[in-house]
Write a protein that binds this ligand. Structure first.
Ligand SMILES: Nc1ncnc2c1ncn2[C@@H]1O[C@H](COP(=O)(O)OP(=O)(O)OP(=O)(O)O)[C@@H](O)[C@H]1O
Length: 250
């Protein structure tokens, strides 16, 4: 392991192609509109299995909207979004929901654990929805992996912000997704917890061979990824993380 920006990352970590050579996520000519504005305007992106990509950009540039579109939660006005070679937007609602449940894991800024369920139940829930056997055992393994052994019976309200975020990462990975989308996963954390959550997110995705796309304002998080893209004027531009992001919040 090496350390970049205070975040430990595996040495020599290289993007890998999927078994069939296809990118896990392929976005081409994407156009996403909100009233009076184009958030994406001919946007292209490819992310390979095992690759980690940071998306940076000023507040309001459309990072969350882009992740939601990758997850099939927004319908684009034009363009192609394929996850593992399949279009979420051309699929039936049921097929898209199934694809989202089994192929995509999502991590949000505030963890978004369900307060009425235990930590273990939260982590196991997507696997139970997907009808997978041994969901609880898998959830327990993942809690170990993210550094929360023995936390399964706790209520989410008993967790710190960093612990809740690590539980949310475990939940995102429980169905062994090919793509993990993380929206400001460290935005609510102090520097120490942000580093730990970043390391856990990277290591857990690598362990599962998942592609990772992280929307972030944090240059330390971006530096830990394989590459960083800047969302500007509706397109993604290759950039060097840490070189300074105009309008970044942190
Ligand atoms: N459902 C919606 N309806 C209309 N406008 C929206 C909707 N969702 C987001 N927007 C607008 O789209 C733009 C992009 O928002 P988005 O949350 O994607 O940006 P962001 O880059 O993630 O911002 P931040 O860094 O502050 O989280 C903003 O101007 C926002 O006000």
């Amino acid at each position: 392991m090496t350390s970049r920006g205070g975040v430990a990352v595996p040495a020599g970590r290289q993007p890998a192609q999927g078994a069939d050579g296809e990118p896990v996520a392929r976005v081409s000519g994407l156009v996403v509109e909100i009233p009076g504005r184009r958030i994406a305007d001919g946007l292209d992106l490819e992310v390979a299995a095992g690759e980690a990509v940071a998306v940076m950009g000023p507040s309001g540039s459309g990072k969350t909207t882009l992740l939601n579109t990758l997850a099939g939660l927004n319908r684009p006005a034009a363009g192609v979004v394929e996850i593992c070679g399949r279009s979420l937007h051309d699929a039936t609602q049921d097929a898209a929901a199934r694809l989202r449940l089994t192929r995509i894991g999502m991590v949000f800024q505030f963890g978004e654990l369900m307060p009425e369920l235990s930590v273990l139940e939260n982590v196991a829930l997507p696997a139970m929805f997907a009808g997978q056997e041994n969901a609880a055992a898998r959830a327990g393994e993942l809690l170990d992996l993210v550094g929360l052994p023995g936390y399964g019976d706790r209520a989410p309200e008993e967790l710190s912000g960093g612990e809740a975020q690590r539980a949310a990462i475990a939940r995102a990975l429980v169905c062994r997704p090919q793509l993990v989308l993380a929206d400001e996963p460290t935005g609510a954390l102090d520097e120490t917890n942000a580093q730990r959550v970043t390391r856990v997110l990277l290591d857990a995705c690598r362990e599962g061979g998942a592609a990772l796309v992280v929307a972030t304002h944090d240059t330390a998080v971006a530096r830990a990824m394989n590459r960083t893209m800047l969302l500007r004027s509706g397109r993604l531009h290759a950039t060097t993380a840490g070189a300074g992001e105009p309008g970044a919040a942190s």
